[in-house]
Design a protein around this ligand. Structure first.
Ligand code: NAD
Length: 398
């Protein structure tokens, strides 16, 4: 079986490609434009495999997509190519509209044209898997805003948000989770563009009978993550003794999933999921951002004590003055202005994919974050090379 993966040079796409080549008998064609976020170096371990091929193509280019479909004759499509960073979508939403909406439309149309002329089993078994995010659901109530009965206390929530919350799953006083039935309420240009692409994919199924399925996943972390995202940014800044910028109070909650667990889930859904279905993917790892940052700091104290400000004495201005003041890597934490429209909490109910497809994550947050920190310590040359001249870990999306 041949899988056409878009965005296979990105963070999650490269984990999917490595998983396909290392752990399955499938072959894969990686279709990627190689934007700032796409790096072929993330695929160095598999790129010489005879089951791997690469096409540098923009998913907005219908002519090139047509050629790729005809030349490679894939059995299924996994669509991950996207602009993916919320802060960049605030500074420049245009690229997000172009790639995430127009690109998905263009890919759907070329995939449909290819599928329409297939015959027999090749046509019956064809499928188009669209990879999306939990951010399309908007924000969940934060535990700080919930009463003991799980009721939303904040009167700041607007009408649509309240309507959304009423459909969210509540169990006694357990804060609600996103299910596959949660209504869409995206907040950022990024999540709005992903929501639009999800709607297109479902419309192509309903209108044209084009065999699509969808997944919505929580925040991923792990190796090969571009250093603009929270976890790699904190690790790399800490190692250089630079400030660790934490947005707002740092109490925003994300539900973290190790990227290789996501990759396994995606290939499972693409090959075994039911056409027309949506599967939410998450690891039940809700953490406040500040908790994540402090965990990274404490792992670094253990794995890289020689670079700690505690060790080098760079921030010893605190010591002896106030015993409550953080020391070591934690002393680098700096609270900065929050992101505009920042969602307070995301959390996934993954019971459907667990029940129907038997997927469960293999990593806990504790094991995954330790592996991740170790990976960045071992691969600092990769981090240097993927950051071109235009991105120097500066604040975006203010
Ligand atoms: P990424 O930004 O790391 O990678 C995106 C890839 O798409 C890059 O290789 C880039 O070169 C490529 N690309 C961008 N525009 C393109 C275009 N016009 N044509 C062809 N290729 C193009 O993103 P990621 O974090 O790996 O996310 C992959 C997908 O998973 C996205 O659709 C994203 O919305 C979704 N997702 C991400 C997360 C997360 O935590 N990162 C969580 C849930 C869902």
């Amino acid at each position: 079986m041949k899988l056409l993966v878009t965005g296979g040079a990105g963070f999650i796409g490269s984990a999917v490609v490595r998983h396909i080549i290392n752990d399955t008998d499938y072959s894969v064609v990686n279709v990627d434009k190689l934007t700032y976020a796409g790096n072929l170096e993330s695929l160095a371990s598999v790129s010489n495999d005879p089951c791997y091929s690469f096409e540098q193509v923009d998913i907005c280019d219908s002519g090139e997509l047509k050629r790729v479909f005809n030349q490679h004759q894939p059995d299924l499509v996994m669509h991950l190519a996207a602009e993916s960073h919320v802060d960049r979508s605030i500074d420049g939403p245009g690229e997000f509209i172009q790639t995430n909406i127009v690109g998905t439309y263009t890919l759907l149309e070329q995939a449909r044209a290819y599928w329409s002329q297939l015959q027999g089993d090749k046509k019956t078994n064809f499928r188009f898997h669209h990879i999306s995010t939990d951010e399309v659901y908007g924000e969940l109530p934060h535990p700080d805003d919930l009463s003991d009965e799980g009721l939303v206390l904040s009167d700041e929530l607007n009408g649509s948000q309240e309507a959304n919350n009423s459909k969210l799953k509540t169990k006694n006083s357990t804060p609600p989770l996103f299910t596959e039935e949660t209504a869409y309420a995206p907040s950022s240009p990024y999540s709005a563009s992903k929501a639009s692409s999800d709607h297109l994919v479902r419309a192509w199924l309903r209108t044209y009978g084009f065999p699509t399925l969808l997944t919505n996943c929580s925040n991923n972390y792990g190796p090969y993550h571009f250093p603009e995202k929270l976890i790699p940014l904190m690790i790399l800044n800490a190692l250089e003794g630079k400030p660790l910028p934490v947005y707002g109070k740092g109490n925003q909650i994300r539900d973290w999933l190790y990227v290789e667990d996501h990759a396994r889930a995606l290939v499972l859904v693409a090959t075994k999921g039911k056409i027309g279905e949506t599967y939410n993917i998450g690891g039940h790892n809700e953490k406040q951002n500040i908790e994540v940052v402090k965990t990274i700091c404490s792992i670094l104290e253990e794995l890289a004590p020689e670079k700690s400000p505690r060790h080098s004495g760079q921030t010893n201005r605190h010591s002896g003055l106030d015993p409550e003041s953080p020391t070591g890597y934690e002393s680098l934490i700096k609270y900065v202005t929050d992101r505009p429209g920042h969602d307070m909490r995301y959390a996934i109910d993954p019971s459907k994919i667990q029940r129907e497809l038997g997927w469960i994550p293999q990593e806990t947050f504790e094991s995954g974050i330790r592996k991740t920190v170790q990976w960045y310590l071992d691969n600092q040359a990769w981090c240097q090379r993927v950051q071109d001249g235009s991105y120097q870990r500066q604040r975006l999306g203010v």
